[in-house]
Design a protein around this ligand. Structure first.
Ligand code: ATP
Ligand code: MG
Length: 284
């Protein structure tokens, strides 16, 4: 008992020392928790080496789930398995299940292209299409599915760029090349492109690691707004960010899921010693 109290106190004091450290404040109750996605014994192998092993977690609808853990522990590997991105990597082998609305997205009758439209992704590094203008980058996904109406494309483009906190900076140069933007702007362009197709689930791999504090705040605000419509899973190395934006947190360590729970509980009274050690900066 005494030991537990001491443990809690030391974690709380670490968190409280940062004035920025605020919890998202959303109280979740059993009744407002609907499972949107679920992984069951999800394992990804790269040849003989393990990316993640046996990860089984629920992803709740209209909630933000943060994935945290030291570098190389499998966060990106896990995220990419959620929309079949490993299909493109020959060496990667995925086993187990990823359910979206109770249907395994790895079933033979599932079209991965449709899955990736429903489950969008923002990568750690910006990924504008180099030969396309800013405008065409944003609407690329819509054009791909045959939408041609100019007024609609223009509306979607403006909305997505505004959501991604980029519109004001690029509104007079929409025909310039996507790669003429700065790194941070390119990242927001990639976010706008992902949003333009209105995904149901959005996977974000360290989306703000190349952004300045102002753009980071705008993206965190966007995440707050978006979660009314979209289920979000975000990888971050910034613990303050995880605490600010997420409802649930999953902690990964060398390919294993160590624990997952309400963000507040993970940060103030983690069940596992490894989680506490990571959060208090003892490794990672
Ligand atoms: N394409 C690949 N081929 C072989 N091994 C890979 C590949 N991608 C990742 N790995 C390995 O899988 C393990 C997990 O990597 P992953 O990129 O998922 O980590 P991460 O938690 O996202 O790290 P970071 O925080 O640095 O982004 C690492 O050991 C990595 O070397
Ligand atoms: Mg990663």
């Amino acid at each position: 008992m005494m030991e537990n109290l001491t443990k809690e106190k030391s974690l709380t004091s670490i968190i409280d020392t940062s004035s920025e450290f605020q919890f998202n404040g959303v109280k979740s109750t059993a009744s407002d928790m609907k499972i949107r996605m679920e992984t069951k014994n999800l394992t990804v192998m790269y040849g003989k080496s393990t990316g993640i092993k046996d990860v089984s977690i629920p992803i709740y609808d209209n909630k933000v789930t943060a994935l945290i853990g030291p570098s190389g522990c499998g966060k990106t590997t896990f995220l990419r398995a959620l929309n079949r991105m490993h299909d493109m990597t020959r060496i990667a082998k995925v086993t187990g299940e990823v359910l979206l609305d109770n249907k395994n997205i790895y079933d033979e009758d599932v079209n991965p292209v449709i899955i990736r439209r429903k489950i969008g992704m923002v990568f750690q590094k910006p990924t504008p299409f180099p030969t396309m203008s800013i405008y065409d980058n944003v609407v690329a996904g819509l054009k791909l599915v045959g939408i041609r109406k100019k007024s609609l494309l223009q509306d979607v483009c403006e909305k997505a760029l505004t959501q991604a906190a980029l519109f004001d900076e690029v509104k007079d140069r929409l025909n310039d090349s996507g790669v003429s933007l700065s790194g941070g702007q390119q990242q927001r362009l990639s976010i706008a492109r992902a949003l333009a197709v209105e995904p149901e689930v959005l996977l974000m791999d360290e989306p703000t690691s190349s952004l300045d504090p102002q753009a980071t705040t705008r993206i965190e605000e966007l995440i707050h707004t978006l979660k009314n419509d979209v289920t979000i899973i975000i990888i971050t190395h910034n613990m303050q960010q995880a605490a600010r934006v997420s409802d649930k947190t999953a902690f990964f360590y060398v390919g294993d899921l160590v624990e997952m729970g309400d963000t507040r509980n993970i940060f103030t009274k983690p069940k596992e010693k490894k989680t506490e050690e990571y959060l208090t900066g003892r490794f990672g």
